[in-house]
Design a protein around this ligand. Structure first.
Ligand SMILES: Cc1cc2nc3c(=O)[nH]c(=O)nc-3n(C[C@H](O)[C@H](O)[C@H](O)COP(=O)(O)OP(=O)(O)OC[C@H]3O[C@@H](n4cnc5c(N)ncnc54)[C@H](O)[C@@H]3O)c2cc1C
Length: 308
């Protein structure tokens, strides 16, 4: 088949947009295929840790990122979900939900992730109004407050520990004994006097008016009654689901479903890079996704330069 472009970028969150800006400035012929523009940032209430902005709302940051990208002549196919990506002679072919094909000599997968949800009443209603999925992002907003963290893995314990230094009281709600395996973290949580573990309980509902006011939890099994906790916020830290299904079988994927990349964002397959939350980069943040997006564009440029 005839390969149409030099680079296709799948996704249009901060990782993809940064790749696009870097690539376009290097005069690489880019096509973006994405379900939306902005990714998780578009649904974020407020951001205080993206350099250059003391505070910016998610939609405002998306507008600024898109404005910078749109100054370049980039073919954007928005509203398209890529269902598969495969390697062909001379490049890559992506197929969307309607069967339409896109081809390029190189590809950057920047399809991000979505946080796992509790699926309980009140969760959607109070999302961004006390319900958070990211302690690194939102913990400083809860100074002196009473909060709960849900989960028992490393990220939940890390969130509880971080919040114990900011909030006045932290409930740590988990279905079973903690799965966290980082000893210093476990010791830190145990030593924090304002963290109260609630083990063997699940969240039943999140309640509030304009914002979160509390939560009811019930025992997973056995005896013990439903408990109502008065809260200002609840952090759901039960994992992230990477959007990596489209490359299953093509690239290395770890046990968490993340695409395995090296420190240059290469998947190890010539011309195929991945950036942002869909990868095995340890921390998931906008600035990290953007940084990886820049690295991916550099890798693509070198790949094309060498005339593969
Ligand atoms: C509620 C919330 C608050 C947050 N707050 C902060 C914060 O304050 N500060 C911070 O640094 N980070 C924050 N984060 C994390 C941050 O949003 C992510 O780390 C960042 O958005 C990752 O960027 P990304 O480009 O890798 O992926 P995403 O932002 O997830 O973008 C992925 C893109 O890929 C597209 N896509 C996915 N699958 C497909 C497919 N199959 N075909 C085509 N397109 C596809 C999506 O539509 C989207 O455009 C927050 C996250 C959440 C959920």
């Amino acid at each position: 088949m005839t390969i149409k472009r030099e680079l296709m970028i799948i996704g249009c969150g901060p990782a993809a947009i940064t790749t696009a800006i870097y690539a376009a400035r290097k005069r690489i012929d880019v096509q973006i295929i994405s379900e939306d523009v902005g990714g998780q940032v578009a649904t974020t209430f407020g951001i205080e840790n993206y350099p250059g902005f003391r505070y910016i709302t998610g939609p405002e940051l998306v507008e600024k990122l898109a404005e910078q990208m749109n100054q370049f002549d980039i073919d954007k196919q928005i509203g398209e979900r890529v269902t598969s990506l495969s390697r062909v002679d001379g490049g890559y072919v992506a197929v969307d939900g309607s069967g339409k094909e896109y081809s390029a000599r190189s590809a950057v997968v920047a399809t991000g992730a979505h946080p796992r949800e509790l699926g309980v009443p009140g969760e959607q209603e109070f999302r961004g109004k006390g319900v958070s999925y990211c302690a690194t992002c939102d913990a400083p907003l809860f100074s002196g407050a009473t909060v709960a963290v849900v989960g028992g893995g490393n990220s939940a314990l890390s969130a509880a520990f971080e919040l114990s230094r900011i909030a006045s009281k932290v409930y740590l709600i988990s279905r079973r004994q903690w799965r966290a395996n980082e000893a210093p973290l476990i010791e830190g949580v145990k030593a924090a006097v304002n963290i109260e573990p609630i083990i063997g309980y699940v969240v039943e509902r999140i309640a509030g008016e304009d914002v979160v006011k509390g939560v009811t939890v019930k025992p997973l099994e056995g005896e013990g009654g439903v408990r109502s906790l008065t809260l200002d916020g609840i952090f759901v830290e039960i994992g992230l689901r990477p959007n990596s299904a489209l490359v299953k079988g093509l690239v290395g994927i770890n046990d968490f479903g993340e695409i395995i990349v090296d420190c240059h964002t290469s998947t190890g397959i010539p011309g195929l890079f991945a950036a942002g939350d869909v990868t095995n980069v340890r921390d998931k943040q906008i600035v990290i996704a953007a940084g990886q997006g820049a690295l991916a564009a550099m890798g693509v440029f070198e790949f094309l330069l060498k005339g593969h």
